[in-house]
Design a protein around this ligand. Sequence first.
Ligand SMILES: Nc1ncnc2c1ncn2[C@@H]1O[C@H](COP(=O)(O)OP(=O)(O)O)[C@@H](O)[C@H]1O
Ligand SMILES: [Mg+2]
Length: 651
Amino acid sequence: MDNRTNGARRHPGGKQKEERPKTFGEAMRRVGKVIGGFFSRLGYIFKLVWETRPWILFAMLGLAILEGALPVVKALAAAEILNELAAAYSAAKLGQSFDFWLIMRPLIIEFVLIFITSLSTNVDTIVRRIAGELVVHTVKLKIMKKAKNVDMQSFDRPEFYEKLENASREAGNRPIQIIGSTFNVVSTVISMVSFIVILWGLSPAAPFIIAALALPGAIVTFIYRKKVFSFVRMRSKDRRQLAYYSDVVTNKDLAKEVRIFGLSDFFTDKYKGTFKKYFSGLKRLFLGEGAWNTGFAIVSAVVNCLLFLFVAQGVYNGTSQIGDYSLYTGALGSVSGAVRTLVAATATIYEGTLFIDNLISFIKEPQTLISTADEPVMPERHVAHKIEFCDVSFRYPGADHDTIKHFSATINPGDTVVLVGLNGAGKTTLIKLLTRLYDPTDGKIMLDGRDIREYDPTALYKIFGIIFQDFGRYAVSVAENVAMSDTDAPLDMERVKESAKQGNADSFIKDLPDGYETALMRIFEENGTELSVGQWQKLSVARAFYCDSDVLILDEPTASLDAIAEQEIYSQFDSLRKDKTTIFVSHRLSSATVADNILVVENGMLIEQGNHAQLMKLGGKYAELFTTQAKRYMESKDEVEEYENTKGENK
Ligand SMILES: Nc1ncnc2c1ncn2[C@@H]1O[C@H](COP(=O)(O)OP(=O)(O)O)[C@@H](O)[C@H]1O
Ligand SMILES: [Mg+2]
């Protein structure tokens, strides 16, 4: 897993230069590591395909052996045919009889081979296409499963995003391409070895000359593949920027701003600029590799011609037969072709395994949010829980200061608690810590007298019903959107309707074209419905009512709602919460007046706590905030009265 640590150490530009090995031993170790890494990644891919369907490997291996043997048998049969034809021709010239069966025998073999070849090529195509889809499916599932378990804090690291992006991009064709190339290597080796054996009859030196000619080309190819890979990896930021710029211009959510502000040209120019930088480097690499390979190809063509001349001379001198000419020149062509295929295929495998490393390192990304207890504890269900923050401090990964500082507070079973504070005070962060999306940097959070880290994380998530400030909007039906908070049980339509009523959403849902079955968001459905922000928020509140949790948490659930809707929702909560522990986050303080306990957060610290009356009496921050808000409300109330008076006068 050296790659991961390397990645972490990389500096922001993403540039990374390996030092040159100083001693021979060091160089050998480096080579050993490269080869070891290559085979372990190749092994991983084989395992992946095996997990998909074992038959894929067997089918591809069988086809590879067949495809390796076919050209050799074919060349031998062709030479035999030519030799017999030449003999028949001479016999006919001399008026002697010739057994036609002698020609027919190799011909029949040739015919059979032609059939097998066309059959195997097509079977091969079918196998590869089907296997390709199946493997992509397996890899996507693996990525989705992994993404489910990835720690929240991983999403705060750009390098993690990079990995995720690379992994899903490589999920496509890379694995099956690598497997395909590996079996190409198998069949090429089979036919190459056979042809070398044949060429031995011509001159033992011939195969070595051919191989020696291919060597420099192979080396150049490998060097350039590695260069291209390093380039692409180093310029990962460029590529992500390219993807981002083109996404901004085509993104549906941003379409409004892009049009009004004319951002399209702005981002297109940025796109062009980044592409120019990225492309110029890549072009240089492509041209370099191409120039070298052209040079080598010319040299090897010249040598090939000389060898052909040598074989022709053999026939001319009478040391070999006509069929031998076709056999040997064919073998020469096949060996040099095979060497080229071998180089290209191994280079593809090599490059592929380098890229697939992204996928492997993403799948192996360690999970830290696991139970610290040997035997994870199951939280008790359907009871009111006691929650304690004990001197909790927290710093986001990569941040330079603590977002939460020495926070201590107790939430008693069944209490309604309101977290109050300005934007950025750390309220949402406290919720994330409580629900164990992040772990505190210092201190601990207790649930029913136990550190929450001892509980089974999945079971722990289940006791919290939480609607985040940036709750999810899903392109599924209205009813499914409401039932999102309890996907363990099958969707219960009565419960959905009841929850929608409690969340004040039921009236607008009834007006939708298909009521509760209306598809939301116009992503997939022609008649998908777009909701307003406030309507979405009502749906999210309904989602909170729907869920079967012990601790209900609502992070600014009413921020986009009008005052009347807000009041109705709070009174609904009042009647519902009974013995549930409820935590509200709000900056509208009207909701706080009925709370059992109000926690006032400022700069990640708890600065005041108590109920409304106590805090008002205290005359601190809460009292100040409350009075400001109330005053603003009172002022507008005056304006309303004034407006109504003038309206009355004008009548
Ligand atoms: N993923 C994150 N990485 C780094 N800093 C973050 C992250 N999320 C929030 N913050 C920072 O933490 C602080 C508190 O944020 P938050 O808890 O969302 O505040 P609140 O909910 O009270 O408005 C803010 O300064 C914010 O910039
Ligand atoms: Mg918040």
